[in-house]
Design a protein around this ligand. Structure first.
Ligand SMILES: [Zn+2]
Length: 240
């Protein structure tokens, strides 16, 4: 079982770990602990390197496999020994961009729910841009500017983010979480990771976020699309 370092501290850029398995079928290495985010919840998996002895292995991407994280290596490599200590290093520029983008998406969710009562149904992101789908019947072109202004106010408000890992029962008591479809979580899950933008948004979420909305910087809404009477897709872009 891999200890998921990113769950409690999203700012870990590099870390020491011990090799627990080598998986030749997936050209992958498994470690006892990892800061590599394996993807999920609309956030892309991390890439980076693992230094083993004198060789630096390129991690193409991380991937979840049950309780483990596979670090999928680019090309052929000499397998490290089980029990060997290695050093992992994230492609931090890309990951930090993804953290800022992910937090921008939660700002958008929070503002749209607060101001229009519309719930999010899904989303995806790239570094510095993303899109989110809402059940937002009243969305129209004229609102783009209004929403853009409102989300940038929340960036400037410099709201702190908080991450908590709560027992399932406790998480289910939080009314704000119900609207983000927490009830869809599988039966077997006993803990729920909760990401809160203080005073704005609260979601069950496994992703990595910045500590404060001010780190996101200016957000633009370059476009939106109607995906039917109810469903609307809103695009966001970070400008710097
Ligand atoms: Zn999220």
């Amino acid at each position: 079982m891999t200890e998921l370092l990113f769950q409690r501290d999203s700012y870990i850029q590099d870390f020491n770990a011990v090799v627990t398995q080598v998986d030749p079928d997936n050209n992958a290495i498994i470690l006892d602990r990892s800061a590599f985010y394996p993807g999920g919840g609309g956030q892309l998996p991390d890439s980076g390197t693992i230094k083993s002895g004198d060789s630096i292995l390129q991690v193409k991407r991380a991937r979840k496999a049950g309780p483990e994280i596979l670090h999928i290596i680019e090309g052929e490599f000499e397998a490290p020994q089980i029990g060997e200590q290695v050093h992992g290093q994230l492609d931090w520029e890309r990951r930090y961009q993804l953290m800022r983008t992910h937090t921008a998406m939660h700002i958008l969710c929070g503002v749209i729910f607060r101001d229009y009562g519309a719930s999010v149904t899904g989303g995806s992101m790239e570094p510095m841009s993303g899109r989110m789908d809402f059940e937002f019947e009243t969305m129209r072109k004229e609102l783009v500017e209004e929403i853009e202004a409102a989300i940038n106010i929340e960036v400037n408000n410099a709201r702190p983010l908080r991450v908590d890992i709560l027992p399932r029962e406790e998480a289910f008591q939080i009314p704000d979480l119900i609207r983000t479809k927490i009830n869809l979580l599988p039966e077997g899950i006993t803990e729920v990771r909760v990401v809160e933008i203080e005073g704005l948004d609260l979601q069950a979420d496994g992703g990595t976020h910045v500590h404060n909305t001010s780190e996101v910087g200016q957000i633009e809404i370059p476009d939106y699309k109607s995906k039917g009477k109810i469903n609307k897709r809103i695009y966001v872009r970070l400008t710097s």
